[in-house]
Design a protein around this ligand. Structure first.
Ligand SMILES: *Cc1c(COP(=O)(O)O)cnc(C)c1O
Length: 353
């Protein structure tokens, strides 16, 4: 299907790998007979019949969870794919759209390390275009680096480890000029006052959004990643995902949590209060040279000597992330915002080193 975008033609068939186009997906027992709630005798999946809460295979399409998410995010369930963490979702994007040893993807360091690792695992060339000095995408260089084999541009906004969001104008320029997929990783969107790009998936058929329950939702341990995009894109990913990639315990816990959205919002607001406190206190320290603006639940800080300060913190029982090896991040430490007690301890330690 061809859809008109502002200036370019987008055709998903030009992006999907040939083997994926021709693939007949695995058909599970739960795909072939979809329960409508009627009391049936299930003898179709070689399960153990004795009920212990998880003796049955999980719903391969996670219908209950998707129904709630679709409603909250204002999209259809057909615009959503769920995975075993964002990491699986990102890997599925590579496997669906990037031909090993032929295609390439674009990343914008300093950024989340998994895009590069997944490119390497999938044998896809990774082209790196550094962010500008103020951590914004260098649109001109990005577009110049693309060619017919460029399949995905990864934008992480708010960006990890810098914390800032990319400007709407820059993102729009990329969306409107690139014929491949533009993946916006919104792992930290719930800590930001900026709008999610999910609302734009109808307008931009090349737009894919990933989110996660690992950060604001406090469920890193259950592994639940989310992907939003056109029905065509989600359909392709559905075709190649492992049938039972989101287990029953994860579906249950995730559903409870997304239904308890007020609790999530209240925790996020506490974290934002603590973030403001932390920034205020960090600014008083003489060995802190710069505190970067952040839309996330962490703060990137430039110090006099990151290795020294990292070791001193470790000695006092506080583990932070030294991001100094990342480009444009010399002598930086990344502080995740903790509880009030944890932040009091952190500040006390920082004042005494
Ligand atoms: C933490 C993080 C994720 C989360 O990954 P999961 O696999 O869902 O836990 C994704 N993207 C970015 C940029 C992150 O920092």
């Amino acid at each position: 299907m061809i859809q008109k975008m502002n200036t370019i033609q987008f055709d998903i068939n030009l992006l999907v790998r040939d083997n994926v186009k021709g693939l007949k997906p695995y058909s599970s027992a739960r795909d072939e007979y979809v329960s409508d709630g009627t009391d049936m005798v299930f003898l179709d999946a070689n399960e153990n019949p004795y009920d212990n809460g998880v003796n049955r295979y999980p719903d391969p399409q996670q219908r209950n969870l998707k129904a709630v998410l679709a409603n909250q995010k204002g999209v259809s369930a057909h615009n959503i794919l769920l995975g075993n963490g964002s990491d699986e979702v990102l890997d599925l994007l590579f496997r669906a759209f990037c031909e090993p040893k032929l295609d390439n993807i674009i990343t914008l360091p300093p950024t989340y390390g998994m895009y590069k690792v997944l490119a390497n695992i999938n044998n896809i060339e990774e082209r790196e275009i550094l962010l500008t000095e103020n951590f914004q995408p260098n649109v001109k260089s990005i577009l110049q680096a693309t060619d017919v084999n460029s399949k995905i541009i990864f934008l992480c906004s708010p960006n990890n480890p810098t914390g800032n969001s990319f400007s709407e104008e820059h993102i729009l320029q990329i969306l409107e000029s690139f014929k491949g997929l533009v993946v916006i990783d919104e792992a930290y969107i719930d800590f930001s006052d900026k709008n999610s790009w999910i609302a734009k998936i109808k307008e931009y058929p090349n737009l894919v959004i990933t989110q996660t329950l690992s950060k604001a939702y406090g469920l890193a341990g259950i592994r639940l990643g989310l992907c939003y995009g056109s029905e065509e894109i989600i359909g392709v990913l559905n075709k190649i995902k492992p049938p039972y990639n989101v287990n029953e315990l994860t579906q249950k816990r995730a559903l409870e949590r997304v239904l308890d959205i007020d609790q999530v919002t209240s925790e996020v607001s506490s974290i934002l209060n603590e973030r403001a406190n932390l920034v205020k206190e960090l600014a008083k320290l003489e060995f802190v040279n710069k505190i970067y603006q952040t839309d996330a639940n962490f703060v990137l800080v430039k110090v006099d000597d990151a290795n020294l300060r990292y070791d001193q913190l470790l000695e006092k029982g506080v583990v932070v992330r030294n991001r100094s090896t990342q480009p444009l991040c010399q002598n930086t430490l990344r502080f995740t915002v903790g509880t009030q007690d944890e932040n009091i301890k952190l500040i006390e330690v920082l004042k005494n080193i």
